[in-house]
Every structure is written in C-alpha cells, then in structure tokens.
Design a protein around this ligand. Structure first.
Ligand code: GAR
Length: 206
C-alpha cells in the first residue's frame, strides 16, 4: 500500500504516521509528503526520515482546481492507494476528491459535525463545550462532512487555553489517526451510507 500524506503545518500527525509505519504497526509505504507551504516543519520531518517531499506553491496556480490537477498529475506515477490529510489546510477540489474517492481520510481537531473549518479547537473552547476531541473521517466533496471512522473525547478544563487544549487533542489524534490508517490499510473499514463499520476476520474470508 502506498500512502501519500498532505500537510501544511508542524506535522505532529505526520510524525505519528511515520513512527507507526517504521514500527510495523501500519504495513504500508509513505510514498510522498506534499505541502502547500514551503516552510512547513512537516517537510523537515519527512526529509529527516528519507521520505520524498513535494512543495506545490498555490501562488503559481489560477484556481484551486488547477492546483489540485498539478498535484494529481504528480501522484499518478506513485500508484497511490490512500491519501491522508494531516493538518492540510486547503480544501480539496471536487476534482481531487473524485479522483481518489473513498481513499482520502482526514483528521479534524473537533467532534464533527461540530466546529468544522480551520479553527476547530478555538471554536470549541469559545463555544464553551465541556468535551471535544478529534475526528478521523473519509473525505467527501462537502468539507468536514464525510463518514466518521473514529473519534476520541477530550474534557475541556476550566483553566484551558487554546494551547493546553490543543496539546491534549493532539495526544488523542496521535493515537486514533495511525489506528484508523492501519484499519484502512488492512481492509477493515466498510462504508455504508454515512456509517463506517469494521469488517471482522471471518467476514473477509466469505
Ligand atoms: C491537527 O490538530 C489537525 O486536526 C488539524 O490541524 C492540526 C495539524 O497538526 N487539522 C485541521 O484543522 C483541518 N481542518 P500537525 O501539523 O501537528 O499534525
């Protein structure tokens, strides 16, 4: 299985994925890490691990679709089985999503369908919820709305700041994201409508 990871930021989730692949927990190969930010620390993490990287600068493309077409063109040579968005802050075009339908997953830092968008942690804190936490989901054309694979609950404390809450949300992200990727790689996930079910060993044999 060839995995491509799309990033924009510090890449702690990418690191969790790299570690899970290196330890053999996820039986797959990270074929490429793509970033829309030239200075994303995630790219350093990938390079440190000898993973091929691609920085695609949004400024040189007229539209989101043109940008995605250029990325997809690059991915065509890579025999991509799965795309993982790990802190990738660009909304994928319908073109991209259709190209890899059912094979793109994302991690979002709030309990979807609450607090969609780019500020999931701050929005949850400002709203005053008592629990929040990350969601791993399949990516569909509608942003942050695809079938949910996994979620984890993080309690919001009275003295939480955005940073302290982010730290605890990240801890949970680094557990549930590699696990969800492992399940996908092993063919354990089955989408039925909005719901994602786990296939069990005996079902695979039928
Ligand atoms: C993660 O918290 C992820 O859930 C969030 O960006 C962060 C990236 O951190 N993604 C989104 O908000 C997507 N809308 P990382 O670069 O350290 O993995």
């Amino acid at each position: 299985m060839n995995i491509v990871v799309l990033v924009s930021g510090s890449g702690t989730n990418l690191q969790a994925i790299i570690d899970a692949v290196r330890s053999g927990y996820i039986n797959a190969h990270i074929a490429l890490v793509v970033s829309d930010k030239g200075d994303a620390y995630a790219m350093e993490r990938a390079k440190k691990d000898g993973i091929e990287t691609l920085f695609m600068d949004p400024k040189i493309f007229k539209s989101k679709e043109d940008y995605d077409k250029a990325v997809v063109k690059y991915l065509r040579d890579k025999n991509v089985d799965m795309i993982c968005l790990a802190g990738y802050m660009r909304v994928l075009s319908a073109y991209f999503v259709r190209e890899y339908k059912g094979r793109i997953i994302n991690i979002h830092p709030a309990l979807l369908p609450s607090f969609k968008g780019v500020n999931g942690i701050k929005d949850a804190l400002d709203y005053g919820v008592k629990v929040t936490g990350p969601t791993v989901h399949f990516v569909t054309e509608e942003v942050d709305s695809g079938p949910i694979i996994a979620q984890a609950v993080v309690e919001v404390k009275d003295d939480d700041t955005e940073d302290s809450l982010r730290e605890r949300v990240h801890e949970e992200e680094h557990k549930i994201y590699p696990k969800a990727i492992k399940e996908f790689v092993e063919g354990k996930l089955e989408i039925k409508g909005r719901r994602v079910f786990r296939r069990h060993e005996h079902e695979n044999k039928d």
